[in-house]
Design a protein around this ligand. Sequence first.
Ligand code: NZQ
Ligand code: ZN
Length: 392
Amino acid sequence: MLNFDLYMPARIVFGRDTQHKIGELIKPHAKKVLLHYGGGSIKRTGLYDQVVKSLKDNDVSFVELGGVVPNPRLSLVHEGIALCKQEGVELILAVGGGSTIDSAKAIAMGVYYDGDVWDIYDQGLDIKKALPVAIVLTIPAAGSESSGDTVISNEETGRKYGYGHPLLRPLISVMNPELFFTLPKNQIANGVADMMSHIFERYFTNTANVDLTDALCEATLRAIIANAPRLMENPKDYDAWAEIGFAGTVAHNGLLGMGRAQDWACHGMEHELSAAYDVAHGAGLAVLTPAWMKYVWQDNPDMFAQFAVNVMGVAKGLRNKEALVREGIARLVSFYRVMGLPQTLSELGIDESRHEEMARKCTGDYFGQEEKIGGLKKLGWQDVLKIYQIAK
Ligand code: NZQ
Ligand code: ZN
């Protein structure tokens, strides 16, 4: 096990009716907040009115900024920073999913940065201060409700960059599984694929002697695989949502990756798809993950055999490890199919014309400074290109 430093302070308030407490939870921390949200689902579901009432009942005043889109844009972040400065906002309340939360985090750190907040993403600057962020989660997927990460798309340069800092860990996250009942099936599936990938990126490692986190990863994956198909049958299944919601947070709050070298190649490759084609992050991951597995498994067959047996329930003989591994991958692909997720890049509307450009951007070769990605197997741009081709 490697040395580690784990700090995961987000307060998670979980369960039925918890969204009504948001004003009371914020009150000790701020008198004035920015209410930040997406394209309007919270108005259609009535959640907006509930949140506003809770703020008013607790004498928390607010200004608002809606319009966050999936793959959230830098231009709206700029607008939010200006609004917060002008209005003296003390906390940002994000009501929505990963996109709204990430936009809120960008605004939270941008308020204290004199230059363009994009510099922080582009140059990996060390921030010193950020406004606190509180959350009412409406889709379990990105794990941003407990992570210190934010991912923003710069529509001028066509780049999508992530940034992480402990100061960006949310102060409070409210999670009521009933708020997920209105999600369309494709968003349920995208979210499930994303949270599974957050575990895979940590699970698939060459680090030995990590039995505890191996088992935590496997248990979380099994809980997701058991409960997610129930949601495709009945999107109002509270118990299944409770499992999936909590799993999404556990998947990305840091715990599962402690003491292990992590991978993150699939996320790197997917961010190129989202940046170039504006595809949903989870859908892109569902296509790339099996292709990545097929390309890298021979670098650590034992790890992939363990996955096949302990996660995908393969009970084949252990003498033919390749058959075991391939069956594990095939079962994962079948699971994604049950969830209605895309299987190929072409299903996502991505042809081969930009494969090489995306591969070279992904590793930095395009910009003249290649840095290989991945952990279990280090990937240069030619490797990434081969994975895009397997996934085509
Ligand atoms: O915008 P509205 O109208 O609210 O609609 C949203 C959006 O269209 C809709 N939705 C959300 N909750 C709903 C709902 N519709 C009906 N009922 C509800 N209860 O769902 C759509 C997707 O929302 P979005 O916030 O984009 O989804 P998600 O949570 O998957 O976030 C994706 C973003 O997170 C980033 C991704 O790259 C992507 O930009 N990630 C952030 C991470 C982090 N900060 O730690 C890690 C992840 O790996 C990921 O990269
Ligand atoms: Zn993700």
